[in-house]
Structure formats: structure tokens, C-alpha cells
Design a protein around this ligand. Structure first.
Ligand SMILES: *[C@@H]1O[C@H](CO)[C@@H](O)[C@H](O)[C@H]1NC(C)=O
Ligand SMILES: *[C@@H]1O[C@H](CO)[C@@H](O)[C@H](O)[C@H]1NC(C)=O
Length: 291
């Protein structure tokens, strides 16, 4: 009889613990299939659910109507490794949301309403390996330093956005980049595109389908051409104009250097002159004193 009572007591003590991750600590209308996963996808949410357990590692929020993530979200949920916000209504990522110390490895912001990725949006987060930003139909501007400091980033998706151009620095600054998706954007193959084109040619192994299926419109008549039909030669005119500016810069800097040199020698000459006069004066004074 006695052992039985003990067991019962033990069970009563353990029960609340067992139920912590079983459901009580799971946000209403979400599922928590394991102690570190919270799955709230496709629940018609218009904001982040309340009472997400603080030790959550995988948070699935796709297919909702969430318009905003507070800047301190990843400070609060500092164990978060996997964050899926695909197909929501996000129009921006608050600066400071990610930081070099955040643990996030996977971030899916695809199929949202982002319009711009400003400098340092992802806060030099060194853990981030995969970043999905595709299918944001109004995303037309990605800053050259948008992905600054993402030293571990291996996969970057920017497909089917509204990009007509992209500074090549945005991609070339990523030392671990293995896969980049850029197809389905309305690229314009003007002179600004020449650098990106050269990068794509040198890094086509990083594009899942090479440059196949990538198109750009000609700046002259808007005609769309496949990138595979273009070559560096197609941008030869841009190089000519580039060398012309370079030429002007060289001439201009040549003139500036000469002017600076003339001014410096003039200054030096007058200093020497002054000094000579001054030392003469001193000598004169000394001679006068001696007399
Ligand atoms: C996006 O989410 C909405 C709302 O849950 C859903 O109706 C729609 O099917 C989803 N779209 C895709 C492409 O999954
Ligand atoms: C998405 O952003 C565009 C441009 O900022 C805006 O006109 C549109 O209403 C937004 N759509 C949604 C669903 O929020």
C-alpha cells in the first residue's frame, strides 16, 4: 500500500512538469510537436502569438498575415535558430532585429511585402546560413551593404522580386556564398548591369540553373534578351565611357598634384626666406649687442 501512495505522490509532482511542454506552454491555436518547436503556420494570425516559450528554437509562422516583427524579438528569443515567416505581410525589417550575436541560422522572409533591404539589415549576424527573400513583388532596392558581415551565409534567395539592378558588392562581400537565386527579376542590361553581368559569368556555378532563364531588358527599346545571349562584348560601350571617366580623373588628379606641389614649394621658399631674414636680424642684434 505504502509504495503505491509514494508513486502517486511522485506522479503528482512530475505531472505539471510533463505538461509544461505538452501543451500548457504552447501558444493557443499553435502546435508544439517537440519541446523546441512552435508551429503556428496557416492560422490566420494578424500578429505574433502571445506566450511563445522563451526557449523556442524553431518557430514556424508561415502563411499568416503578420505585418511586423518587433526589433527586440531575437533579443527575447535568443535561442531561436530557425525562423520561418514565409508568406506574411511584412513590409520592413526593423534595424537591429538581427545582431552579430543572434543564433539564427535559417530565416525565411519570402513571399512578403518587403520593398527595400537597407544597409546592415541583418546586423552582421555570423550564424546566418540561409536567407530567403524571394517573391517580394515590390522589392526593388537592395543596398550594396545589405548583407554586410554575413560571413557564414551560404544560400541567398532574391528570385522573383522587382530588382532592375543590383550592386555587385552586395554579393561579392559574402565569403561563404555557394548558392544565389536571382531569376525572375526585371533586370535592365544597362551599363550599371555590366559589373553584375561579369560577376554572374564568373560565378555561374553558384546559380542553381546557371544563367538559363535569366533575362534583362535592353535600355534602348525594352526588348528582353536572355543573359546567355550576351557576352562581355555587349557591354563594350560601357567600358569606353568608363575609361573616359578614368582618363578625366587621371588628368584632374594630375593637375591637382601639380598645383599642390607648386603651392608647397612656394610655401617652403617663403619659409626659408623668412627664416633667413629672421636669423640675419638676430645676428645683427647680437653684433649690435657686442658693440
Ligand atoms: C499564403 O497564405 C495565405 C493565408 O494563409 C494562404 O491562403 C495562401 O494560400 C498562401 N499562399 C501560398 C503561396 O502558400
Ligand atoms: C505592399 O506594399 C505596396 C508598396 O509599398 C503597397 O502598395 C501594398 O498595399 C502592400 N500590400 C500589402 C498586401 O500590404
Amino acid at each position: 500500500m505504502l509504495p503505491c501512495v509514494c508513486w502517486l505522490q511522485l506522479l503528482l509532482v512530475l505531472l505539471p512538469c510533463a505538461s509544461v511542454h505538452g501543451g500548457e506552454n504552447c501558444p493557443a491555436s499553435c502546435l508544439c510537436p517537440d519541446p523546441h518547436t512552435v508551429d503556428c503556420s496557416g492560422r490566420g494570425l494578424t500578429r505574433l502569438p502571445d506566450a511563445i516559450p522563451l526557449d523556442v528554437r524553431r518557430l514556424l509562422l508561415s502563411d499568416n498575415w503578420i505585418p511586423r516583427i518587433p526589433a527586440d524579438f531575437l533579443v527575447l528569443y535568443s535561442d531561436l535558430v530557425y525562423l520561418d515567416l514565409r508568406n506574411n505581410s511584412l513590409s520592413r525589417i526593423e534595424p537591429g532585429t538581427l545582431s552579430p550575436s543572434s543564433r539564427l541560422v535559417f530565416l525565411d522572409l519570402g513571399s512578403n511585402n518587403l520593398t527595400e533591404i537597407p544597409k546592415g539589415t541583418f546586423g552582421e549576424s555570423r550564424s546566418l546560413i540561409k536567407l530567403r527573400l524571394g517573391n517580394n513583388p515590390h522589392l526593388s532596392r537592395v543596398n550594396e551593404d545589405a548583407f554586410l558581415g554575413l560571413t557564414s551565409l551560404r544560400e541567398l534567395e532574391l528570385e522573383r522580386n522587382a530588382l532592375s539592378g543590383l550592386k555587385v558588392g552586395a554579393l561579392s562581400q559574402l565569403p561563404s556564398l555557394r548558392v544565389v537565386r536571382l531569376e525572375g527579376n526585371p533586370w535592365i542590361c544597362n551599363c550599371n548591369f555590366a559589373n553584375l553581368f561579369a560577376w554572374l559569368m564568373a560565378n555561374r556555378h553558384k546559380l542553381p540553373n546557371g544563367v538559363e532563364g535569366m533575362e534583362c531588358s535592353l535600355p534602348t527599346d525594352g526588348r528582353r534578351v536572355a543573359l546567355s545571349q550576351l557576352s562581355q562584348d555587349s557591354f563594350r560601350e560601357c567600358q569606353a565611357s568608363l575609361t573616359l571617366t578614368d582618363f578625366l580623373i587621371i588628368i584632374f588628379s594630375g593637375i591637382s598634384v601639380s598645383v599642390a606641389a607648386i603651392m608647397a614649394s612656394f610655401f617652403l621658399a617663403s619659409t626659408v626666406h623668412c627664416f633667413q631674414r629672421w636669423s640675419k636680424g638676430v645676428k645683427g642684434d647680437e653684433e649690435e649687442n657686442e658693440e
